[in-house]
Design a protein around this ligand. Sequence first.
Ligand code: NCD
Length: 320
Amino acid sequence: MRGQLISIDDLTRGDIERILGRAESFAEVSGREIKKVPTLRGRTVINLFYEASTRTSSSFELAAKRLSADLLNVKAQGSAVDKGESLKDTVQTLSAYDPAAIVIRSPHVGAAQLVARWSAAAVINAGDGKREHPTQALLDLYTLRRRVGSLEGLKVWIVGDVLHSRVARSNILAFSRMGCEVTVCGPPTLIPREVETLGCQVRYSLEGMGEAHVVYALRMQLERMRGSFVPSLREYAARFQIDGRRLSPQQLLMHPGPVNRGVELAAEVIDSPQALIEQQVESGVVVRMAVLYELLAGGSPGDAARGVQPAEAATEPQPA
Ligand code: NCD
């Protein structure tokens, strides 16, 4: 993992284990009254969001603040982007502040990669179109591991609008890297061609979902749908909605949020103890702290072998 997190493919299983372990130690910090460590004091993190976000932007913000970084939030709306400034110009302008990291969310596939090319900062992909959302996948692994322990051999069904979901793509890669057996399920119009090559099986109905230890439901991404992919949301719900009848009591339920209540999930399962949805949100902060730490302060075993010194403060988290 070198200077950027664009895709789960940037990470080995060892990298993932190290980030999850680091997140555990930050969870301990988050339990304290003063939830701050000095690790990134004097360094600048820029959150550059070209798309709506509640969970991802707020948790990156909290993560940077809890590491004592100076944080700059730039939203497309209200910035010069509104006036037609290009991504490249925006990144070059913001580079004048010498950021240590840029967190970028964009509706365009490949945006994070471009930012990494244009900037000397560490770049974290917080969602690029329908391609990837690696920190979501990491926080999902973290949440699930906290609940069940080892992930090895777990059967995970990812259900819904796989075609438009960057979360699905990152999670197929992440769950399978950790030894899970992944199945994606949805109507044929919402399953991308050749998705199997990412390392999953494909099903076009919920039949057989009883085998899953974890059901990971996806939002119907209506804002990305050009044309009609399902006859109607009601028909989609009739065939694919996860409800109390379809989810058995020992299965766990996950969803990245925001949930369309009554479409992909019925109210009774959202609010059930099987649902990890709230814990997923909670995990967002410590996992994003761990990712910032890894990129800006941690160094990796590979670095040590090459004699590269971590930037600074590569110590265990300390109280501020
Ligand atoms: C996801 C996203 O934006 O990709 N949400 C999130 O980051 N928690 C999934 C979604 O919007 O459905």
